[in-house]
Write a protein that binds this ligand. Structure first.
Ligand code: SAM
Length: 318
């Protein structure tokens, strides 16, 4: 596939992620009243192991994010990199956990679609208007900027352009900032993701980076996963870093981050609140326990921090 086709396939992954999330939500894995406004209902049922995987992914990332919000008492920023149709802004608002400002970045084409949905659906636009104060709210086809929520169309592979656009939207590099990349870095070359991590580490003195993506891809099962994605024209340019938990951690440490952790999703699953895990395990009968465990061992959450103000970010863990 040529360059543009490869980017197009990457953008398609955003649709996939949201369709799967919407399906899992419709079965009752977690609550998200907003995802229905961004994607259609899945044509077919998703397998229980897929739903459980998404449950662990969403709960695992939320757990770390909320730990950061608590440490900083919401006096912070969130920068969601490759956010796609993520509904986190609305969910945090409902939980009274909005940071000072929440930023999202994705390709301009994805951002345009997201903004179109927001503009045409009052349950999405109302919370943005409600939390806005001051001058007029900026909203055009490629960006949105309000007091608490901002969406930026940019290519994450070009960090100076990214920084310039974020700063136009009042990014404050001196506020504690958590950056999240959920299934995003794998689509960039190791050099490109290293640049992004390095940019983030050198831009924010007090920060945390959360990365969710594939791991253990060098084994047989990992090879099959790669082949499946490639069949859909997806260019996994960064899959080399997804070799092991060690290589994931090393990438963070080599690019300016400290206190790096990397754990596979089976571990994450075992650390989630067990009463809720029990509840979701009763939603659907899972026949293929082994397949579920294999899948979960091939995804991970990695996180690292930088903490010149001693907020205790290094203590954040499951
Ligand atoms: N983070 C969202 C989630 O987990 O639901 C979406 C995940 S989706 C698999 C990957 C997202 O990253 C897509 O929305 C894609 O457009 C975005 N993305 C990938 N490479 C990008 C780049 N170089 N610049 C901006 N966005 C990018």
């Amino acid at each position: 596939a040529g360059m543009d086709e490869a980017d197009e396939a990457v953008r398609g992954t955003c649709e996939d992620a949201s369709v799967c999330k919407r399906f899992a939500v419709s079965v009752g894995y977690w609550k998200d009243p907003y995802i229905q406004y961004f994607v259609r209902q899945a044509k077919e049922r998703k397998a229980p192991e897929i739903n459980r995987g998404y449950y662990a992914r969403v709960q695992g990332v939320s757990y770390l994010l909320e730990a950061f919000l608590k440490k900083t008492e919401c006096n912070c920023q969130i920068v969601n990199l490759g956010a796609g149709m993520d509904t986190l802004f609305w969910r945090l608002k409902d939980e009274n956990l909005l940071p000072r400002k929440y930023f999202e970045v994705d390709f301009p084409m994805i951002v345009a679609r997201k903004i179109h949905n927001i503009k045409s659906k009052p349950p999405l636009s109302k919370p943005i208007i409600e939390t806005h104060s001051g001058d007029s709210l900026l909203i055009d086809s490629h960006s949105l900027d309000s007091s608490r929520y901002s969406i930026v169309g940019a290519d994450l592979r070009f960090s100076s352009d990214l920084e310039e656009k974020l700063k136009k939207h009042q990014l404050d590099v001196h506020l504690p900032t958590v950056l999240v990349a959920e299934c995003v870095l794998v689509y960039m070359t190791p050099q490109q993701s290293a640049n992004l991590l390095k940019w983030a580490a050198s831009t924010f003195p007090v920060a945390m980076f959360i990365n969710y993506e594939q791991v253990n891809m060098a084994d047989r099962f990992g090879q099959i996963m790669i082949e499946n994605l490639q069949r859909r024209q997806c260019n996994l340019a960064g899959v080399e870093v997804c070799r092991s938990l060690e290589s994931q951690k090393e990438r963070l440490l080599l690019n300016g981050w400290e206190n790096a952790h990397a754990i596979d999703m089976m571990k994450v699953y075992s650390f989630l609140p067990q009463a809720d895990v029990k509840r979701i395990e009763e939603l659907e009968f899972l026949d293929e326990k082994e397949l579920f465990e294999q899948l979960m061992q091939h995804y991970c959450i990695c996180w690292a921090s930088k903490d010149s103000s001693n907020l205790g970010l290094a203590d954040i863990t499951f």
